[in-house]
Design a protein around this ligand. Structure first.
Ligand code: ADP
Ligand code: MG
Length: 256
């Protein structure tokens, strides 16, 4: 992508919903080119954290930065241009559009920020449209979904639809990919494929991955670092082996 991969710093992040403190002064750093997992029991604040980083939820206190870029007040539609791609927990594909068109649609979201900042204000010329089309095809090759390029996304098996969703997030040439429960609803085989794919994103694309996931086998198998939330508070932030043997983490999972 040519973009510099920068650390994502979440610093003293607090999010409230009325009287409920969904995130209570949470800090962690996603190191460049790492797989960083965010885990915790139901209601711990994982999705809230994702939404705060994505600019979907308003932040009560704290700061979020990507390298030098302050994301604290950034709105969701600007994320793509800043180098963040996000795939969603529930699929948000257009089921009647082809896989190619779904991924191209993701690439178009770049125009909300990135391309404007390069001074390209006009709609895409036919030459740039062709170049974008080639890149979309390359990204689909990376995800192993080229055989579906002309197939309506809704006709694909679930695991492959998840890949299209990730392709769409990668289509913005992110330096950070955010995945909310990528293995949810997947078979053991599909989950193993997903684990390999996430590692390929890190190793071959050099993209950092921030991952929310319930499947502990997947998380502990691939994460470089794991942050654990419980009732909105950070209770562990370490390498997988240390997190797995943390009394606070064991208590949080057994106590819930
Ligand atoms: P997790 O993803 O870890 O299961 P969430 O981030 O979804 O947890 O939720 C954390 C807490 O914040 C929960 O108590 C949840 O009910 C609350 N919450 C999340 N989103 C909202 C919202 N939009 N409005 C009100 N409360 C919310
Ligand atoms: Mg959630």
């Amino acid at each position: 992508s040519g973009r510099r991969v920068r650390p994502l710093r979440v610093d003293d992040l607090t999010v409230r919903f009325g009287g409920l403190v969904a995130l209570d002064h949470v800090s962690f750093t996603v190191e460049p080119g790492s797989i960083h997992a965010l885990i915790g029991p139901n209601g711990a604040g994982k999705s809230t954290c994702f939404n705060a980083i994505s600019g979907v939820y308003r932040i009560a206190e704290g700061r979020i930065t990507l390298g030098e870029i302050d994301l604290t007040k950034t709105r969701a539609h600007r994320l793509a241009g800043l180098g963040i791609g996000r795939a969603f927990q529930s699929l948000s594909l257009s089921p009647t559009s082809t896989v190619f068109d779904n991924v191209m649609l993701g690439r178009h979201s770049l125009t909300a920020g990135g391309f404007l900042s390069y001074g390209l204000r006009a709609p895409w010329t036919s030459r740039s449209a062709r170049r974008h089309g080639e890149r979309v095809t390359e990204i689909c090759e990376f995800l192993g979904i080229t055989r579906y390029l002309r197939t309506p996304a809704g006709a694909l098996p679930y695991g492959d639809q998840k890949r299209v969703d990730i392709a769409r997030a990668l289509a913005v040439e992110p330096t950070l990919l955010m995945l909310d429960e990528p293995a949810a609803g997947m078979s053991a085989g599909e989950t193993a494929d997903m684990a390999r794919l996430i590692q390929d994103v890190r190793d071959e694309l050099g993209v950092s991955v921030l991952l929310v996931e319930h499947d502990m086998g997947l998380v502990m198998g691939i994460a470089d670092r794991v942050t654990v939330l419980d009732f909105g508070r950070l209770i562990a932030d370490d390498v997988p082996a240390a997190v797995q043997s943390s009394p606070a983490v064991i208590h949080a999972y057994l106590g819930n």
